[in-house]
Design a protein around this ligand. Structure first.
Ligand code: PHB
Length: 534
């Protein structure tokens, strides 16, 4: 539970806190904070950099487990994205999280006017368009919980993703929500007329799907998630959203519902096994600094997934390799923290709250940010400057997007943002090799094409004194989840430092190993979010 508290505080703080900041915000002893962060660092979930602790992309595998088990992002996000393109407005998908709503997908238009929410952000139901729709399914207990929360936190200070309320506990606003829920049940849609902040307006429609109705052996339609179109008062009033965009939102939702009804249940995938066995080895190496119960517990969350949305205790124990008693303890702890729930007396599922473990800040991580710590590691190992580069839209130039320099002075002065002709650089050729250029390039085009095909088959480019006398550079590709080369990892050095052979025997393995680590992070981060390449 204390490990979870550390992850939550780091998330609320935007992804980074100092060790003493963590000590203050969690109220834990420094020695406990140290052991927890050492354990999380060992798992690849945080990175400790001097006195600062940063959330690491690998942590997104927990939220990914929830989103994969839920299946809705995989099944619906393409339609949400298409609707956002069609309307040129942001479209989001949200699920209910007790008396709040939590985003599971965002198709965001880049507009500076209002804040935009991240996947995993939690909003108070009554200040959103989806909230009244979810409230149509609330029981008396749910309404009571909501009233208790309103009384305890009148200004919404516990919802760090939204600005605090200015009008506090005014009873009028709460009665307003009761009325909005009633209207939502009659209308089948709901509005948010600047309830979060001035200017922000939204219209929402529920996406229904059949669920087994308890005790009847039959299915009943329930709200699986809510789709919203979000705009700004400079383009739409709440009223004009309803009259102009609601019909198109409804049409898209009807298609989503059809997709959900037509989709067969997930294929039984390969059963994971021994997910948690590595924790014993880490305990041996790190001794008392490694908290095995924390590592085992978090691994339990990764036992869930697309073909494994609902597991019994036995299945969790089998997937993790943990003793039943250990798996049971973890599940009970997480049920207590609302991270897992029991839809039936014998089974467990993950809850949307799993997204509160790092997902919102990490869902905004760009490829250069993902790469930076790996470049630092690589540079300290090979003692040469390293960098990341992407191809420009014209495909004629490369642009450096991340860089870790050594102290050594290089003749070519490269910084982040520097552009160079693609064909004359090793990273450029690695990028061009994935999709050969259609436009003529200077020099001998036949020689270049032949070189690109060699680079494609050997998996690296080594360029000698092409751009400048005395400069040698070596680059390898970085591929996204689909296998497309999206960036190149590169090291450049003075020709006197390594022979060409040494570049291949000494530097290439280190470069390739680093590229693999960057790709692993990119693939974890990119499973349900869009990772910007620059
Ligand atoms: C959003 O997706 O950002 C959003 C959705 C519904 C709201 C407000 C914001 O009511």
């Amino acid at each position: 539970m204390r490990g979870i508290a550390v992850l939550r505080e780091l998330t609320e703080a935007g992804g980074t806190l100092s060790l003493s900041g963590l000590e203050r915000s969690t109220g834990l002893a420094r020695s406990t904070v140290d052991r927890i962060t050492a354990t999380l660092a060992r798992m690849g979930y945080v990175r400790v950099d001097g006195r600062d602790v940063h959330l690491a992309p690998r942590l997104m595998e927990l939220g990914n487990a929830y989103l994969a088990a839920l299946r809705l992002p995989a099944l619906l996000s393409a339609r949400a994205d298409a609707l956002a393109d069609e309307l040129d407005e942001s479209v989001s998908l949200a699920v209910a999280d007790r008396d709040g709503i939590r985003f599971i997908h965002q198709a965001t238009r880049r507009r500076a006017m209002s804040l935009s929410f991240r996947i995993g952000d939690l909003l108070p139901a009554e200040r959103t368009a989806p909230g009244p729709l979810f409230a149509t399914e609330w029981t008396d207990t749910d309404w009571q919980r909501w009233r208790t929360r309103r009384a305890a936190d009148p200004r919404d200070l516990s919802f760090t993703a939204v600005p605090p309320r200015t009008h506090g506990a005014d009873a009028r606003y709460d009665e307003d929500f009761v009325r909005r829920a009633r209207e939502a049940s009659e209308n089948g849609w709901a509005l948010d007329d600047q309830l979060i902040e001035p200017g922000l307006v939204a219209v929402a429609v529920p996406v229904r799907a059949p669920y087994p109705a308890a005790g009847t052996g039959r299915d009943r339609d329930r709200i699986a998630c809510v789709a919203s179109v979000v705009s700004h008062t400079s383009r739409h009033t709440a009223h004009s959203l309803r009259t102009t965009l609601l019909p198109r939102l409804r049409a898209a939702v009807a298609e989503m519902e059809q997709d959900l009804r037509r989709t067969p249940p997930p294929e039984p995938g390969p059963r994971p096994a021994d997910l948690a066995l590595w924790t014993g080895a880490s305990k041996l190496q790190l001794g008392r600094d490694f908290i095995e119960s924390l590592a085992r517990g978090l691994t339990v969350l990764t036992a869930f997934g697309e073909s494994r949305p609902e597991l019994t205790l036995t299945e969790v124990a089998q997937a993790t390799g943990l003793a039943r008693a250990t798996a049971r303890r973890a599940l009970i702890t997480y049920a207590h923290l609302d991270l897992v729930t029991s839809p039936t007396p014998r089974t467990f599922t993950l809850t949307p709250r799993v997204l509160s473990l790092g997902f919102p800040p990490l869902s905004r991580t760009s490829l250069p940010e993902i790469a930076q710590p790996h470049l630092a590691d690589l540079t300290s190992r090979i003692h040469e400057s390293t960098s990341l580069a992407v191809l420009s839209d014209s495909r004629e130039e490369i642009q450096y997007t991340a860089r870790m320099a050594t102290g050594r002075v290089m003749s070519v002065n490269i910084t982040v943002g520097t552009r160079l002709p693609a064909h004359a650089t090793a990273p450029g050729r690695v990028l061009l090799a994935d999709a050969p250029p259609r436009t003529p390039t200077p020099g001998d085009p036949h020689a270049l094409l032949k070189d690109l095909s060699t680079i494609r088959s050997q998996g690296y480019a080594l360029l000698d004194e092409e751009l400048e006398e005395g400069l040698r550079s070596l680059a390898v590709p970085i591929r996204d989840r689909s296998g497309r080369v999206v960036a190149a990892l590169n090291t450049a050095m003075h020709a006197s430092r390594h022979t060409l052979d040494e570049c291949v025997t000494d530097l290439l393995p280190a470069l390739t190993a680093t590229a693999t680590k960057i790709e692993q992070d990119l693939h974890t981060a990119g499973r349900f979010t869009h990772v910007p390449l620059t």
